[in-house]
Ligand binder design. Sequence first.
Ligand SMILES: *[C@@H]1O[C@H](CO)[C@@H](O)[C@H](O)[C@H]1NC(C)=O
Ligand SMILES: [Cu+2]
Length: 238
Amino acid sequence: MKYATIGSLVAAAAAVSGHTILNELYNSAGTSFGLHNCLRLPSYDGPITDVTSSSMTCNGSPNTLDTVSTNVCSIAAGSKITLRWGHTLTSGSNDVIDASHKGPIMVYMAKVSNAATGTPPTSGWFKIYHAGLSNGKWAVDTLIANGGKLTVTIPSCIPAGQYLIRGEIIALHAASSYPGAQLYMECGNLNVTGGGSKTPTNTVSFPGAYKSTDPGITYNLYNGQTTYTIPGPSVFTC
Ligand SMILES: *[C@@H]1O[C@H](CO)[C@@H](O)[C@H](O)[C@H]1NC(C)=O
Ligand SMILES: [Cu+2]
């Protein structure tokens, strides 16, 4: 650092707080299920940039999945669940993701027979939440303001049983050409209780749901656009 200029110090500081990991789930009462509990997490907080990669399902190479919980957290259909992201595996509410990493947030679920240890399915993913750009504010801006927390509702009509939940942030700061968008996804192991008998619609595959040419994947953040098309299907409603 002896010869570092002020500019390179600023750049280094920004790089240090870049990237993010989904670190924690909370039940409808706002009580944590425990740091890293029920989550399949990479050791490194770097993104996936190839939307055709098998790591698009629940992260993985070039990251290493090594903080992998085999617990399954129970949550009632129709109730709220909160997801909390942090820059690294140990970051708190003041270090969520660098503010440069503007972009949308999506949450998906997929039915599985064994949420504890089963291989994540590529197909059957339905979207339960998404937010992009609204009134000049990105979903990531709101996430940072909320200390990394996002609360979504588990659809009330889906059948009881085991599911994976897949939280995803797309950072668009380098997305003007492909590959460039930084996709951060992690999966959690859920046991949905109660529920109904409706089969989710608009399901997609990961990889497969996103294309390099999607307007939400290749996007110039810096040319004053006021709209953004969130990639993937529409949100499933009961
Ligand atoms: C899921 O919840 C049901 C209902 O409470 C329970 O019977 C079942 O054992 C749970 N399964 C897992 C894997 O936690
Ligand atoms: Cu980053």
